[in-house]
Design a protein around this ligand. Sequence first.
Ligand code: HEM
Length: 164
Amino acid sequence: MALAILYVHLVAAMFWVGEMLVLALIVTPVAARLGDPAKRAALYQMIGRQSRPWMLGALGLLILTGAGNLWAMGIGWAQLTSTAFYVTPFGRVLAWKLAFVALIVAVTLVHDVAMRRLGSRADAAALTPEDRLRYRTLGSWVGRLNLLLGLIVVYLGLRLVFGG
Ligand code: HEM
C-alpha cells in the first residue's frame, strides 16, 4: 500500500513538473515563432484550458498522496501538531516542503485569476492592450516561479525519502 501511494505521488509530481517544463522549454519558444500575437494568445489559451483541469487534479493528488505517504509512515495528527516533531531532520524538511507547497497553491491561484481574466470574453473586451500585456507578463513570470518552486519541492521530497 505504501509503495502504491508513493508511486502515485511520484507520477503526479512527474506530470505536474513535466507540464511546466514543456510549457517553458517547448511551447513558449514555438509560440514566439508564430509571430502573430493573436495566434500566440489563442495557442496559450487552448493549452491553458486543456491543461488546467489536469494540473489542478495533479496538485490535488499530490496533496492527497502526500498525506497518504505520512499515514503510511505512521506519522499522525499528534506528531504533525507537536513542535518536537519539527525539530527532527525529517520534520524540518517536511515543514519546508509544506511551506513551499502552500506557496505553490497561492501562486497557482494568482496565475489562474490572471489567465481567467485574459481568457474570459467579457473581461477580455474590457481590457486595454496594456492590461493584456500586464496580465500575460504576470502569467508567464508566475508560471516560471511555480516551476522553480516545484523543482525545490521535488528536491525536498527526495530528502524526505533518502534523508540527508
Ligand atoms: C507540489 C506538490 C508536491 C510535489 C511535487 C512532491 C514531490 C515529491 C517527490 C518527488 C517525492 C519523492 C518520491 C520518491 O523518491 O519516490 C516526495 C516524497 C514525499 N512527499 Fe511529496 N510532493 C508534493 C507534495 C507533498 C505534500 C503536500 C505532502 C504532505 C502532505 C508530501 C509528503 C511527502 C512524503 C511524506 C514523502 C516521502 C515518502 C516516503 O519516504 O515514503 N508531498 N514528494
